[in-house]
Design a binder for this molecule. Structure first.
Ligand code: SF4
Length: 492
């Protein structure tokens, strides 16, 4: 990176321990200098993918299924390892904050059975196409795989092991809804080789938990965490949300106190804090004021960061907190596997309906509807319904946004070597600006950039600033359409 003068503001203010009004004033000063970083209600969304998945379905030209040759050339490319995501769009009930689209809450054994068999067909097809690709990581999510009855979960696990082999690392993760995480299902998952589980509890204030989970008692979640450990899960993660409807400073304090108890007693090993965003399917969409303000949400986020700093946990990507033993094991296992899990280094292929995938030179999305998905793979296809190839500028953008989201640092110099200095110029300029604004620091020696605590509070707004001009235009148009369509909108 070129040397440059770095100006920082308010270095004396520790945003992690600032009061809400101090933090609000600090953010206002930042937004005065960088108005593009002020959160915009109509863009309330958390872009976790690049190109943003929200654009894929509604744009002309992306609806198509690649040939096997295209899949091998553009999705797999030169990769020698893959992470596989398996989607299960089922849940016992819809949580109040849930914004997932293709989620089925009515139990339908016949459909679930057809779906599990369709997943097996897709796995077999993928494996036959890529017999040499190392299946490095698995993630079972959705929805929740524990919504399946135990005999179907066992059938899926048997098929998974047959086609891809047992999980090669204890970092392969299964998502579970506490109320459906029965002992027999947890046992089946452990027997199949899974050692890491994630419970989406979102709040640890008993009253707020009941409000968001159809009056369910929070002890259901605490009991599931305890049973998972006893039955053999070595790594337990919980997902928590800031900015939930009816969250108050008092309820957030209760959540933090309970997180500390779970962390210090060794009951949980990692926590992801997710900033809640409004969405057409959530109960708060279009009701301004129904959720805490942006500053309140940022303050909750900062308080959590202060807690984990005090506990000695590491923040790997923004808001992904891990106990030291978890970090050590993760590094060790990835080194043993010889896999760098960053985008651009490994294929991330999502199987099942509605799954999003990141390849080497392509990004793709499966059929959204469960029946359409089943029909496509039953005919011998791959399940892909939307396909977009990426040029080098887009690949560089994908890698930078991945690092900003999930990694402790953003690799700049190595990306410039891979994609060309010209291609990275736009990102370097942005990162220099973030450094000037006190949002992060550049490491000249390593050629990397790391977010500061202030940068982590606004990093949702940083991501779209790295998009290429055409992507930003597409995203804005899609979000406008989504606003106009309101609750009728069906898309990410
Ligand atoms: S567990 Fe997750 S997918 Fe299921 S209803 Fe709740 S938020 Fe939605």
């Amino acid at each position: 990176m070129d040397r440059m003068k770095v100006f920082r503001f308010d270095e004396s203010l520790d945003v992690n321990t600032a009061t809400e009004s101090e933090l609000g004033a600090r953010l206002e000063r930042l937004w005065d200098k960088a108005p593009e970083l002020r959160p915009r209600p109509e863009m309330h969304d958390y872009q976790l993918t690049y190109p943003p998945a929200v654009q894929m379905e509604k744009r002309d030209g992306y609806r198509r299924t690649p040939t096997d040759e295209e899949y091998l050339r553009d999705a797999v490319g030169a990769f020698n390892a893959a992470g596989y995501y398996f989607h299960f769009g089922f849940c016992k009930y819809r949580c109040r904050y849930c914004f997932h689209y293709e989620l089925l809450t009515r139990h339908n054994d016949e459909l679930m059975s057809r779906y599990v068999d369709a997943l097996s067909l897709e796995m077999r097809h993928v494996r036959e196409l890529t017999p040499k690709l190392k299946p490095a990581l698995y993630f079972l999510g959705g929805g929740t795989p524990t919504a399946l009855p135990v005999h179907l979960l066992e059938r899926f696990l048997k098929n998974l092991v047959t086609h891809f082999g047992p999980p090669r690392t204890s970092m392969s993760t299964v998502e579970a809804k506490p109320v459906t995480a029965s002992d027999d299902k947890l046992r089946a998952l452990v027997q199949a080789g899974f050692r890491r589980i994630n419970f989406g509890v979102q709040t640890l204030d008993p009253e707020l938990y009941a409000f968001h989970h159809q009056k369910e008692d929070m002890r259901v979640a605490l009991d599931a965490i305890e049973r998972a450990r006893k039955l053999g899960f070595e790594y337990i993660n919980i997902d928590i949300m800031t900015g939930l409807e009816r969250q108050t400073p008092e309820s957030w304090q209760k959540t933090l106190t309970e997180i500390e108890r779970l962390a210090t007693s060794g009951a949980v090993d990692s926590v992801f804090i997710y900033p809640y965003h409004d969405d057409p399917r959530s109960g708060t969409y279009g009701k301004p004021g129904a959720v805490p303000s942006i500053v309140q949400t940022a303050h909750s986020d900062a308080q959590a960061r202060a807690l984990f700093t005090r506990l000695g946990w590491k923040e790997l990507g923004a808001r992904f907190y891990r106990a030291p033993r978890h970090v050590r094991r993760e590094i060790l296992e990835l080194a043993k596997l010889r896999v760098n899990p960053a985008y651009g280094e490994v294929l991330y292929h999502g199987l099942g309906n509605s799954s999003f995938s990141i390849g080497d030179r392509a990004t793709f999305l499966n059929h959204r509807d469960v029946q359409d998905y089943c029909a496509a793979v039953e005919k011998g296809g791959l399940g892909i319904a939307y396909w977009r190839t990426l040029d080098n500028a887009q690949r560089a953008t994908r890698d930078v946004t991945f690092d900003l989201l999930y990694s402790p640092f953003t690799r700049v110099r190595s990306r410039a070597r891979k994609y060309g200095a010209e291609t990275m110029a736009h990102h370097r300029k942005q990162l220099e600006r973030w450094a000037e604004l006190g949002l992060g620091e550049e490491n000249w020696l390593l050629g990397t950039f790391s977010l500061s605590p202030l940068g982590k509070l606004v990093h949702q707004q940083l991501i779209p600033q790295h998009y290429l001009a055409e992507d930003r235009r597409e995203l804005e148009e899609t979000m406008q359409r989504r606003q106009q369509e309101g609750r009728r909108y069906r898309g990410y």
